[in-house]
Write a protein that binds this ligand. Structure first.
Ligand SMILES: Cc1ncc(COP(=O)(O)O)c(C=O)c1O
Length: 374
């Protein structure tokens, strides 16, 4: 039998032969790389649930000035202890409860690495932020997706039955939920936590926009609860990539073993620390975002051609009796970019608009009215 290695040079520099591609795990090859569908450069960007408020210029300048003292040639500390302590003290948590990551997206992979064995069932309500399902698939888990009720609210009874039937090592909730904008009642989150025999992750990326009790309050009594938060939304730091995970310290100690060192670069740590000191500015921005979302919802509801979901976040789902891909492009032609939700089978026909500044929302409504007339 010929055991000599294949002549790879024969394939040239552009082609990767099939036998090499076949060495890539099938769980990876069956995925699609993450792209934001329908994105194109237009003046008003309302497609990614970002804060419309950048860090004010004066504060940015002061931050960058103080960053001049930071040595770029030195590694950051293995874990950003200053930032971790600041988050723990802001949230009133015992030391060791927080783990920081390069955006909460990155921390979802940590969940997969720690909790999912190939073939494990993972129960989650649908529609859910797509990254979670792809993470489960990448780690070889089996998604048990629970359909929502007809009004897109969580079907908590169906969720509880699935937990009872499959006994999953991991249940994932997002509340308030992206892409629906709807929150799960705290009492229902508690029922899920109590009925689960494995871990329950509650992604609270949009918590600051919703007044309900946080799942953080369950951590003390329930060692299976893990909360994810981010500074990308209410804190307006999507460009810097800062998310964090909260759980009982003994669990964080274990999860920490799966982490790469130096996950957070020094600029992100520096800016996040200073922003945590600016709570009155951030609170004002959140208040404005809430008011703008409420008035945008009202405006959308007043247009008789639209179906609109009431939002508990900073974005709104709506639909018209139109093909959503064309609807999105017609709106983009008018200068505003929203998101097509067609990738979620439960949300066929829906578009999602992030609430921006008052002026951005006005421009979006003008674009919408122009398109609805055609
Ligand atoms: C539910 C949910 N979780 C997490 C994220 C991403 O957070 P991060 O920017 O911290 O990775 C998003 C972003 O859209 C989201 O909708």
């Amino acid at each position: 039998m010929d055991s000599s290695p294949p002549d790879l040079v024969a394939y040239g520099s552009r082609e990767v032969p099939d036998f090499l591609l076949a060495l890539i795990r099938k769980e990876v090859r069956s995925q699609r790389a993450y792209v934001v569908p329908g994105a194109r450069p237009v003046p008003i960007k309302l497609n990614q649930n970002e804060s419309p408020f950048d860090v004010p210029e004066l504060l940015k300048k002061a931050l960058l000035d103080s960053f001049l003292d930071v040595e770029f040639n030195r590694y950051p500390s293995e874990q950003p202890t200053g930032l971790i302590r600041a988050l723990e003290s802001k949230l009133g948590l015992p030391p060791g409860s927080v783990l920081v990551g390069n955006g909460s997206n990155e921390l979802t992979y940590t969940l997969g690495m720690c909790f999912i064995h190939p073939g494990d069932p993972v129960v989650l309500p649908r529609p859910m932020f797509a990254l979670f399902e792809s993470m489960v698939n990448l780690y070889g888990g089996r998604v048990i997706g629970i359909s929502p009720k007809a009004d897109l609210q969580f079907d908590v009874d169906a969720l509880l039955s699935a937990i009872d039937e499959h006994r999953p090592p991991l249940v994932i909730l997002t509340s308030p939920n992206n892409p629906t904008g709807l929150a799960m009642d705290f009492a229902d989150i508690e029922r899920v936590v109590k009925s689960a025999s494995g871990f329950v992750v509650v992604d609270e990326a949009y918590h600051e926009f919703h007044s309900s009790k946080s799942a953080l309050s369950l951590i003390d009594q329930h060692p299976n609860v893990i909360v994810l938060r981010t500074m990308s939304k209410a804190f307006g730091l999507a460009g810097l990539r800062l998310g964090y995970m909260i759980a009982q310290p003994a669990l964080i100690t274990e999860i920490m073993k799966s982490r790469l060192p130096f996950m957070i670069d020094r600029l992100s740590e520096h800016v996040a620390l200073r922003l945590l000191d600016q709570s009155s500015m951030v609170d004002d921005q959140i208040q404005t975002m809430l008011e703008n979302t409420a008035s945008l919802t009202k405006e959308l509801q007043s247009r008789k051609d639209l179906t609109v979901l009431p939002s508990q976040t900073n974005f709104i789902l709506f639909k018209a009796d139109r093909e959503p891909g064309k609807f999105l492009h017609d709106l983009a032609d008018q200068g505003t970019l929203v998101r097509n939700m067609a990738g979620y089978p439960e949300l066929k026909g829906y578009l999602r608009v992030t609430s921006g500044t008052a002026n951005e929302n006005k421009a979006f409504l003008k674009a919408l009215d122009t398109v609805l007339l055609t």
